[in-house]
Design a protein around this ligand. Structure first.
Ligand SMILES: C[S@@+](CC[C@H](N)C(=O)[O-])C[C@H]1O[C@@H](n2cnc3c(N)ncnc32)[C@H](O)[C@@H]1O
Length: 256
């Protein structure tokens, strides 16, 4: 998968993308991630990309020209069609199911806002999918983009050491995962549950299932109430139960 990111702060994103599993996934060719400085595409003097809002009010608004031109230029760097994603608190909430659907695309183009956000015509022209990290407002889209990239890339085949790591994870099956323990067997008077030391795999499996159900019921009963829809297609083989409607991506059309 190729991921392009349009941002005013590529230097803030780079260290995180180079670390740990994301860095290794790029080194292994599982994904390639390209950061693009939005200011490189502006026609304004002094690399300006924003201006005051018509109608008055506080803050600055990202102008159409730099963003629309940047998207055209970046999309032309690769023949694969990019799914355009604009990070916005007004977008659809990002979830594991959304991540699983996005992981089925060959190419993503993420557009990070800043200041008061985007001139509305950018959204009308580019028709991106708008995605929100949650019901709160950050200063920019970079943290949301990093969260999305991190979540999507670890679903790609070859990104994690073992695909089994994905199998029981929280949200894979409308459940939270069971608790984990490691050495030592006792710490501050707290012992690891005996069943995990028993070597009886059937009992361990059954204990983990019961723990998973119990903590889902107590912490996130809303997950259990959600209607289960049948998993469909190839993405299920990545450990992601994704309803068909969520797997339909909007492939970006070229800019008119
Ligand atoms: C200060 S916010 C703009 C908020 C906007 N004025 C509003 O009230 O809806 C600036 C940028 O940060 C990013 N951003 C902020 N909160 C976000 C969230 N919860 N999810 C995704 N992106 C977010 C978006 O890219 C947004 O354009």
């Amino acid at each position: 998968m190729r991921i392009d990111v349009l941002t005013l702060f590529p230097e803030g994103m780079q260290p995180y993308l180079r670390a740990s599993i994301l860095g290794r996934a790029q080194d292994a060719g599982v994904t390639e991630i390209h950061l693009h400085q939005l200011r490189d595409y502006t026609c304004e003097p002094h690399r300006k990309v924003d201006d005051r809002p018509f109608g008055g009010g506080p803050g600055m608004v990202l102008m159409c020209q730099p963003v629309v031109d940047a998207v055209a230029a970046v999309e032309a760097l690769d023949e694969r069609a990019a799914l355009r994603i604009l990070l916005s608190p007004q977008g659809r909430s990002f979830t594991q199911r959304v991540a699983a659907r996005l992981s089925g695309h060959e190419r993503l183009l993420l557009i990070c806002g800043h200041y008061e956000g985007f001139d509305e015509r950018i959204i009308e022209i580019l028709k991106p999918e708008e995605i929100s990290l949650g019901d709160f407002v950050m200063t920019g889209g970079e943290i949301a983009a990093l969260a999305l990239i991190d979540t999507v890339v670890r679903l790609l085949p070859g990104a994690l050491g073992s695909a089994d790591s994905l199998a029981d994870e929280s949200f894979q099956d409308q459940r939270l995962e069971h608790p984990h323990y490691t050495r030592p067997r006792e710490f501050c008077g707290r012992r690891v549950p005996d069943v995990l030391l028993s070597g009886n795999h059937a009992e361990i499996e059954s204990w983990r299932r019961a723990q998973s159900q119990a903590r889902t019921r107590s912490r996130r009963p809303d997950l259990l109430k959600r209607t289960e829809r049948p998993p469909a297609g190839g993405e299920a083989s990545r450990g992601a139960a994704v309803p068909a409607d969520l797997r339909r991506g909007t492939t970006a059309r070229s800019i008119a």
